[in-house]
Design a protein around this ligand. Structure first.
Ligand SMILES: C[S@@+](CC[C@H](N)C(=O)[O-])C[C@H]1O[C@@H](n2cnc3c(N)ncnc32)[C@H](O)[C@@H]1O
Length: 287
């Protein structure tokens, strides 16, 4: 099969130049360029799970340059033959913790792990979980063909790769100072990027070690009016003023009543906003 496309991308040029076959989605090359360009011509260690016909090994060598160490992983022992071409090849099952323990014991920390293996949820999730401790500062784990999360045959959807990645997003956000009492705080991953069919995890232990807290630069303060609640109904302001008046403060029954009225008005305001937003998103076919 030869269906070369007119794609403007450096990784696509490397792919086309590869002497052996490889099969990648047309949408992946611009994502590779975006994620991997800064590692070009560097002494990096790049791992790809999934060797098959060997074509992508040559593509990556072409793309990253001769300083890069390109390592292939596959379940198929025949993949070993690519060692003759200067690639390191490891044979094993990406869904097995034991395989990864042995692998990282031998190879040490790496810069980039790209998963183009079997694409089941178990394989993808175990690959991410087992690789995380072994990614160098500013390194990446990139999982491709994540569209399998929307397909049958790759595992139970409840624990699809995309559902796992969404859970990790929540855990990243729990780092925020008001939530970091939660058990699920994610301190391993700095950022997660979602592309079509591809998810990329970035690691920066310095950034994730910074405690989430308020900072203030202490410079000239203008004291501008904060408009963040400007869209609230005017009556909320009036109720707030009322309940801060001394007379009301002294009338013990009145204050809770004002607070209750305020709560009801605010809840109906929020509900109206929600309905309008939902209607808008529906009109755009987003929800
Ligand atoms: C999509 S192909 C790889 C294609 C190659 N990266 C390319 O671009 O041409 C998937 C490969 O993953 C390997 N594979 C499947 N399940 C695996 C597993 N559990 N562990 C390691 N490799 C696996 C298969 O043997 C196959 O060679």
């Amino acid at each position: 099969m030869d269906n070369k496309k007119n794609i403007i991308s450096e990784s696509y040029s490397s792919y086309i130049k590869s002497p052996y076959s490889s099969l990648k989605q047309s949408t992946y090359f611009n994502i590779y360029d975006e994620l991997f360009s800064k590692y070009k011509d560097q002494e990096i260690t790049f791992i790809e799970i999934g060797v098959l016909d060997g074509g992508s090994l040559f593509m990556w060598k072409n793309f990253f340059g001769t300083k890069a160490k390109i390592i292939g992983i596959d379940l198929n022992p025949d993949a070993k033959k690519w060692e003759k071409e200067g690639f390191e090849i490891y044979i094993g099952d990406q869904s097995k913790e034991k395989f990864w323990d042995d692998f990282f014991n031998k190879v040490g920390k790496v810069d980039i792990v790209l998963d183009d293996g079997g694409h089941t949820y178990e394989q993808q999730i175990m690959t991410v979980e087992c690789s995380i401790p072994f990614i160098k500062e500013n390194g990446l784990i990139v999982v491709e063909d994540c569209h399998t999360s929307y397909m049958t045959r790759f595992g139970l959807k409840k624990l699809s790769f995309i559902n796992y990645a969404k859970k990790l997003i929540d855990n990243v956000n729990y780092r925020f100072m008001l939530f970091n009492h939660r058990k699920t705080v994610e301190n391993r991953i700095w950022s997660i990027r979602f592309f079509e069919s591809i998810v990329a995890f970035n690691f920066n232990t310095y950034a994730t070690s910074i405690k989430s807290e308020k900072t203030f630069n202490g410079n000239n303060q203008i004291k501008a009016k904060d408009f963040r609640y400007a869209s609230y109904p005017e009556v909320i302001d009036k109720l707030d003023n009322l309940s801060s008046q001394r007379l009301i403060k002294n009338l013990l029954v009145l204050r809770p009543l004002i607070r209750l009225i305020r709560k009801i008005i605010l809840a109906s305001h929020i509900l109206r906003k929600y309905i309008n937003l939902k209607r808008y998103l529906k009109s755009k076919n987003i929800y």
